[in-house]
Ligand binder design. Sequence first.
Ligand code: DUC
Ligand code: ZN
Ligand code: ZN
Ligand code: ZN
Length: 476
Amino acid sequence: QSHDMIIRNGTVVTAERTERADIAVQGGKVVAVGQQIGQAPVEIDATERLVMPGGVDSHCHIEQLSGAGLMNADSFETATRSALIGGTTTTISFAAQHPGQKLSKVVEDYQALAAKGAICDHAFHIIVSDLSGGNLTDDLPSLLAQGHRSIKLFTVYDRVRMGDEDILDVLWCARCHGGLVNIHSENDGLIRWMTRRLIEAGKTGARFHPASHPRAAEIEALNRMCIFSEVTGQPVMLFHISCAEGVEIVRAARARGVPALAETCPHYLFMTVDQLDLPGNEAAGLMCSPPQRELKDQEALWQALERGYLQVVSSDHAPYRLDDTGKFAHGRDAPFNKIANGMPGLETRLPLLFDAMVSQGRLGAERFVALTATNPADIYGLPGKGRIAPGADADIVLWDPDRTVTFGVDDLHDNTGYNPYAGRVVRGWPETVISRGEIVVDQGRVLGKPGRGRRLPMEISTSMRPLPDPAATLPS
Ligand code: DUC
Ligand code: ZN
Ligand code: ZN
Ligand code: ZN
């Protein structure tokens, strides 16, 4: 039997198993996995390669206006180029509503940007900040029905912050129409109060940013969001858990039946807060929220990944250049609260995790695939992604498990201009990247063209299903 492409002699790793197998691709999809599956005009030799599903990065900021009104450094072209070189073939970024904007128009505009520039397939979370003017009653239900089934809310940041009552309204809307609510959970008042005290005391350098986002802020808001999930019976995805106490909140909530899902990010697994202990604003490039914590928190996060309390590791790619278009838009000496949060991560996420999980053996290759591809695809209702199985999209990465790479100061293919992991050595590298049966990266060269990426409608996933009897049901 003849197919379009066959990937031969590789070690195929999925979330379930590892086996020596060939993969046949036809019409952009996997049609067979096994032995003696026929011939094809394109044959790829995967001897001594680990053949894995392309990564799904379910939390990345691309061509997005931040809460503070600053445009980030990447276009869909530069971000997805960087993603693909790092082995990620699907992105879920944000369509960000700012107050006063009509939600359906916001989503349309972001979709147009992605349609023009994206090299890989993509979906959106809708950032909702203003429920007025029909946004809650009309736009949101109709967007959910169109397969924009993921919503992101903030409990912090002036322009996008939502109050408790609005958060409950959105959870109820997702419950009624089918969707998942993702939440950046930190206590706003506590952060503002700590920030004010630090600035008044003259502690304005970037190294004081972590102190302004104490773990108590995360603890309070995570608890509150778990309670809202419990009351509405509606699942929540708790974004970027950074600390041991956050892990414990998620564990305890899940143990009492709350449908809480949670993710963490590489900078919480691989960085600690003392790396920001630098003079002036030298640590600006490492600033993120929540901030990096301590070694004991890293350990708690790894245990939570092992035990399944956290289901996803995403990048939270939030690219700002170290110049007046980005981190220093308010000047080189701006106080930390005027410096944008975030760092690039689309390209480094999988190599960092492959090194830790596969090369160094922590949790192993199958869990690596689950946490970085299969779980996010399942949670966000993208059944064609995150797996290598007949019927799935042929998004496949050939990893060279022996290639060792030392990250450089400016070696990434996004538009950020720095690598927060400069100097770090990783073993294992994505050598060939295939998206829907097309070789889009070969040996570090991007062959895929901007605009080839498709927007992926989300189905209602098992993870989105509400509990049948919410405490918030009205008495009859
Ligand atoms: N924190 C956020 O809340 N958003 C983007 C990046 C970051 O660090
Ligand atoms: Zn966030
Ligand atoms: Zn984010
Ligand atoms: Zn090659």
